[in-house]
Write a protein that binds this ligand. Structure first.
Ligand code: NAD
Length: 293
């Protein structure tokens, strides 16, 4: 039987609608719609497309958006000063520094991310937010993993008690999604480049997440019949051809549900960024109330 297709478009729409409703519910106490600032340094073409899509999503939902485009030779101190200004800007609830940064700033990436006020860190990359996620506390969670979890919930795919296997241990995808699955009571295994017998481990998964960055990495023999397969990978194999990490055509014949690439997880990421912007606004508002009590 062919797997159920988990189309990102449908779930992204639901996540955005929910974010818009939440923003409108917050508006009377906030006095405005939420605001997101995106900082981009240099002219990386892929980053420019992502940034444009983020602005578009803000427009679509009626959020305020500010694009801070800095020249590629911007130094660390200038970028940190810009972040300080955005931290202090009351019109801005969420701050996102588009990665990757130009080479001369790459080494300072951690310092730059750590300069963002954790309550405005809509990417969920600040160590404070990572720590809270690991501790199972309320936090701003990286958008791609949070979007995948939301999709599972909206699709009615059970997580509790299930065996989840994640291939990839990056800070952006693999590690955070493993904590989110654990928080939902899945039994979680993380595989990576040094894992032995990876296909056998993958075959035990009820939920298999591929975040490797290699086309056709997950083949049909690595998938348990009926499993849910989430393909986070985005690999450009020709100028106009994107594929995921999963051998889609073969695996869809075995899996119970599968996300396509393109048209799957990628669309959830920006939708979840909108949800995170609302959550950031809420966190700051609640923080202010606490201080005036
Ligand atoms: P990364 O390069 O930081 O991490 C890749 C991980 O794969 C590493 O942890 C590594 O241990 C593991 N790996 C590499 N080779 C392996 C092997 N042979 N066997 C087992 N594991 C292996 O990548 P990332 O940032 O986590 O991204 C992964 C993929 O997801 C990329 O294709 C990226 O473009 C994509 N991505 C998509 C979205 C989205 O919005 N859909 C967001 C972020 C990343």
């Amino acid at each position: 039987m062919t797997a159920r297709l988990l189309e990102g478009k449908l779930f992204a729409r639901m996540i955005k609608d929910e974010a818009k409703q939440a923003a409108e519910a917050l508006k009377p106490s906030l006095g405005r719609m939420p605001g997101l600032a995106v900082v981009i340094v240099g002219e990386d073409p892929a980053s420019q497309v992502y940034v444009r899509n983020k602005e578009r999503a803000c427009e679509e939902l009626g959020f305020f958006s500010a694009l801070i485009a800095l020249p590629k030779e911007t130094c660390k101190e200038e970028l940190l000063a810009e972040i300080d200004r955005l931290n202090a800007n009351r019109r801005i609830d969420g701050i996102l520094v588009q990665l990757p940064l130009p080479r001369h700033l790459a080494e300072a990436e951690a310092e730059i991310i750590e300069r963002i006020d954790p309550r405005k860190d809509v990417d969920g990359f600040h160590p404070v937010n990572i720590g809270r996620l690991v501790a199972g506390e309320r936090s701003l969670v990286p958008c791609t993993p949070a979007g995948c979890m939301k999709m599972l919930a909206l699709a009615g795919i059970p997580v509790e008690g299930k065996r989840a296997v994640i291939i990839g241990r990056s800070n952006i995808v693999g590690k955070p999604i493993s904590h989110l699955l654990l928080a939902e009571n899945a039994t979680v295994t993380i595989c990576h480049s040094r894992t032995e017998n990876l296909p056998a481990i993958a075959r035990e998964a009820d939920i298999l997440v591929a975040a490797v960055g290699r086309p056709n990495f997950v083949t049909a023999d690595m998938v348990k019949p009926g499993a849910t397969v989430i393909d986070v990978g985005i690999n450009r194999i020709a100028p106009k051809k994107l594929v995921g990490d999963v051998d889609f055509e073969a695996v869809r014949e075995i899996a119970g549900a599968i996300t396509p690439v393109p048209g799957g997880v990628g669309l959830l990421t920006i939708a979840t960024l909108m949800a995170n912007t609302v959550e950031a606004a809420r966190l700051q508002m609640e923080g202010k109330r606490e201080r005036t009590k």
